[in-house]
Design a protein around this ligand. Sequence first.
Ligand code: ADE
Length: 246
Amino acid sequence: MFIDILTIFPALFENIFEYGIIRRAQKNNLVTIQAHNLRDFTYDKHHVVDDRPFGGGEGMVLKPEPMFRAIEYLTHKSEPQTLSVALLSPQGKTFNQEMALRLSKLSRLILICGRYEGVDERVNQTLITEEISIGDYVLSGGEFAAIVIIDAIIRLIPSALGCQDSTENESFSSGLLDSPVYTRPALYRGMEVPVVLQNGNHKEIAKWRRRKALEKTLLMRPDLLEKAPLSKEDLKILQQIKKEKT
Ligand code: ADE
């Protein structure tokens, strides 16, 4: 997979992908990440990328010409059906695990880091295939959103984690939050690891984990339960948990 970032601050990305899973995925040629400076696609002496908005108003707008040149340069060889040109902005569709999974299957993802008041609408209308927000808050630009999205995507590329199970069982992939985890020592400062986890009965452990995942989701993110695939047994357990809590 190729990930291109179009930004006015390419230096921000110099070391950020040099750690852990992302570093390993790049070393194993599963992904190539490149940050491109939007100013390199300007023709004027001062490398101007922004200008005042037509009609007046606050702030500056990213100019269309460098954007068109940059995106055309980055897309000219890619098959359109396996490419996404995503603008990062607070107006976009909210990023989630499902979107991460879809994007992880593309052969090329171009992330456009919006800045200032936004990008000239003609860029949006002709070149952008989707607009993504990482949440309902305003960042000073799309750069940190790009980092979040890249991290979430890369760990979903088959073999990036080493063990496929690791993404299937984690929070959101199952539609539920994770159950709690423990490690040695079994007794620490008077707090004991639940006995069921210590006795090696895998059926009982799976049942305990499911119950805890349901309990945690009900407490922290009840909205997720509306969409999560739940069995009859899960629904029974949820009723029990609700009864116990009242
Ligand atoms: N740029 C500014 N705010 C943003 C957000 N919430 N998500 C993505 N890009 C942004």
